[in-house]
Design a binder for this molecule. Structure first.
Ligand code: VGL
Ligand code: ZN
Length: 210
């Protein structure tokens, strides 16, 4: 793959896979696809959802609430989630079947308990910066292929931020799956991505972008 191009793996972690705390339906189906994608890229980076146990996005930390409910968290609308991807827990780990040997770096997000962080670049208030954009730019990366979990949250917001930061951004649609709290959320995410000028393609069509 061109040296200006990176594969960005978003939150491919146990808790988002079947059996995990915030399992994405059919999330495991992307693992063999990612395995076949990785050898096509020279530059691979990953994000890792990495919450403190007292994170404000967890319903368990707001007595009387349930996952899926919406609250106000420090002035931002927040969907409450089950406890997931707690720092150091096995749910926050990457599956052992996912080859990490050629990853250049892992960027952790969601560490601030007062604000959630769907994007791998910024928190949802767009205040905290993970350093991912500066890192990619310092390595000469201008083109990003994004995949992982979940399409309607972290993949969507990571790709939208990438595009707005000036990266030529692509989403690999067969290497992502949606949570679909509402059944149409995955479809709406793809529409939002395309509306922002992001190219959504399947891995089988990647050969024309090498
Ligand atoms: C995610 C909800 C909460 C994701 C992370 O990775 O899409 N979704 N935390
Ligand atoms: Zn999270």
């Amino acid at each position: 793959m061109r040296l200006d191009t990176a594969l960005l793996l978003v939150d491919v972690q146990h808790d988002f896979l079947p059996g995990g705390a915030l399992a994405v339906p059919q999330g495991d189906e992307i693992l063999p696809i990612i395995a076949s994608l990785q050898p096509m890229f020279d530059f691979i980076v990953a994000t890792q959802d990495w919450h403190p146990a007292h994170h404000g996005s967890f319903a368990a930390n707001h007595p009387g609430t349930q996952p899926g409910q919406q609250i106000d968290l420090e002035g931002l609308s927040q969907i409450l989630w089950p406890v997931h991807c707690v720092q150091g827990s096995s749910g926050a780990d990457f599956p052992t079947t996912l080859d990490q040997s050629r990853w250049k770096a892992v960027f952790q997000k969601g560490k601030n308990p007062l604000v959630d962080s769907y994007s791998g670049f910024f928190d949802n208030a767009r205040r905290g910066d993970t350093g991912l954009a500066d890192y990619l730019k310092s390595k000469g990366i201008t083109r990003l292929f994004v995949c992982g979990l979940a399409l309607d949250y972290c993949v969507k917001f990571t790709a939208l931020d990438a595009q707005s930061l000036g990266f030529e951004t692509y989403v690999l649609t067969d290497a992502t799956r949606a949570v679909n709290l509402h059944p149409e959320d995955g479809k709406l995410a793809l529409e939002a991505l395309r509306g922002a000028g992001i190219t959504c393609l399947e891995s089988k069509d990647l050969s024309s972008y090498v």
